[in-house]
Design a protein around this ligand. Sequence first.
Ligand code: NDP
Length: 828
Amino acid sequence: MTSVREIFETMEYGPAPESPKPAQAWLDEHDGRFGHFIGGKFTKPSATFEVLDPAMSKHIADVSEGSKKDVDAAVKAARQALPAWQALGGHGRARHLYALARIVQRNSRLLAVLESMDNGKSIRETRDLDIPLVARHFYHHAGWAQLLDTEFAGYHGAGVVGQIIPWNFPLLMLAWKVAPALAAGCTIVIKPAEFTPLTALCFAELAAQAGLPAGVLNVLTGDGDTGAAMVAHDDIDKIAFTGSTEVGRIIRRATAGSGKKLSLELGGKSPFIVFDDADLDSVVEGVVDAIWFNQGQVCCAGSRLLVQEGIADRLYDKLRARMETLRLGSPLDKAVDMGAIVAPVQLERIRTLVEQGKQEGADFWQPTWACPTEGCFYPPTLFTNVAPSSTIAQVEIFGPVLVAMTFRTPSEAVALANNTPYGLAASVWSESINLALDVAPKIKAGVVWINSTNLFDAAAGFGGYRESGFGREGGREGMYEYLKKEVGRSGGREVANGKGAARKSSRTGASSSVSSRASAASSVSSRTSEARVGTSRKRAAELDDADRSPLVDRTAKMYIGGKQARPDSGYSMRIDAHDGRLLGEVGEGNRKDIRNAVEAAHAALGGWSKSTGHARAQILYYIAENLAARRDEFARRLGALTGGDGEAEVDACVERLFTYGAWADKYDGQVHQVPLRGVALAMNEPIGVIGVVCPEEQPLLGFISLVAPAICVGNTVVAVPSESAPLAATDFYQVLETSDVPDGVINIVTGPKDSLAKTLAEHDDVDAVWYFGTAEGVKAVETASAGNMKRTWCESAPRAWMDRGDGEGRAYLREATQVKNIWIPYGE
Ligand code: NDP
């Protein structure tokens, strides 16, 4: 007799189609032709292009190609709407965000069906994942709007933001960008991808129905040219982009020096690591969700399967068996696992890369069932025996193609996992929590899922390390991407409390010295050649003047790997006092000195980043103690260099070192409230090696205000001190030498600041660059940083370093860290 089990295994699925009617009705209402949505209404369609349903290869609508004029009109509408939107306040905006969440829920069927038709993804995914998460984002950010004044005191919205999103999660990516921007008080111009513009247009119309004021949200359709025009627009304050690393790089260069805020969520080649004690049946379902979810067109898809050698064959057999049962077909069929690839060009790209994988010698496997030949479909694919350096192991395929490799030990797994320029996400599978939590922090990725994959929530930030971009979406950290610190209302206290008079005079001294320093900086280079030929007799003569020179003549060396180092060039630069007297010389650093310093910083990074906050605090306090002991000497030096109040500056430095000693064991992460039985840990991790290019003004305080927060959280530093007054920093290495600072944690390279800054920005082993200098320098650093997409923090306006609100605090620590979210489900 046939058993029930056999019946279940042999029973054919019948079709279970979702009706396209609601989406079709919406399209018909607009005659299938759309203009842009600007200032609360649709413009007249013009220069239209076709939108296709990729599953049917069928034309479903026409939308307009956004011209420069359209971009102007949209930005103008957003700018006009901005003051009223900001004036509405947090609570007013919270009400709007709540209304948006509700209207998404009320129209969830329409949006889910429209998304499936436009993108080709299965209705199961749009209905059960995309649209519910869209609503969740608006609810969550209604909360941030409500709490803005208290939780983000001193911050205000960044202004008019330009947002450019891809086609793989069209409405969800819109929500990830629109919800925090609205909560922060920004107005928006958003461009959906050319392949998938429909849900964005539909959402804009629904938002207007829900009462969102005209001009707050503007949708421009178009291709890359429309996006490029937005990026270039002068009246946009921030660009947020999700898409390929290639376009991210173009945008980084295009915005360099413009003062626009920028966040980039780029590609990935995420590892899916399976240890031999993992529950293999769960792993198989995890792989399905990792790489066959949305046909693998997911930036954080677990596309590299790394399996411990002993279980590899068993896992591959199970995977092949599961792949045989996956169902692929009409996206509107509720019983389908996989829908269509977004467009023919994307299908072609997948085919080309798969051919390349075969040619490079990997073993190729696809299920035996026939893939539809009409429409853009591609079957789930498994490559085994893949070389880690092969194209398919390195390049983002963005399709349902899994490449598998094996490893023997946990350290080999970590090395393989990190063998990519990307760093978006990772999955770690093991029944040993000890092993999983040991491995998770070692993986360079913004999100790590333990025994799970592709979990998303508005309360947990999402975003990458390295060439996967910078900035986070979701959670508290995502809000900062749309906020700016209020200028002139920092409410900050000055350092060295209780010394009011000294503080006042030092501030005046500081501001006057800023200009004298700035002009000094510009004259440094012209003086360099003179210094090279300057005779020691002349120096001696100047320094012998007993009335005016209490200081000792000396050529300060650089400080690399814990040792004093002569410059590679053999040249030195003359450094004058504020009154023009010669004070000494410093080495003229070059590319090679930077290279040596970066090597030293890397060598120190492993130990320093793993040291405890307590240990780092001890060292920061010890530096402060030793500096305080030499207060008079440093104060004299600073006074001679800047003409300012040296004592006040040294006191401020000591206090600042104490501040970061205090923070070293207190800059905690968070446990996010995500809807999961388990926890999502947001851990603040150091970025790595940071190039710190210091301001001209207040040469010691500027140096310490940047170096101390960087090392406090576990980074190592290559610092380029003030070009015109570097002697304060070079004197400082004697303090470091006596303060137990491990070799290589702080490296100091003196010399031509902008040229050294550019070298740091170009260096692929530098993970971030902070630059405080000229507007041209900012542009050069931001442009050069696009090479490995390193994070930058660049400013050309002088800061009030003595002011605690401006010169220290959490904002510095945020720049010094990147958040890694580790998801840990638990229970049976
Ligand atoms: P792109 O990076 O080209 O597109 C993303 C968005 O940027 C789209 O809205 C696009 O417009 C727009 N755009 C394109 N060029 C520019 C420009 N110069 N300036 C401003 N905006 C621009 O991704 P593709 O859609 O071309 O996909 C190519 C590959 O990128 C995929 O195969 C995949 O590997 C990767 N990708 C990664 C994503 C991720 O989430 N990390 C998402 C999508 C793709 P338009 O749609 O008109 O081209």
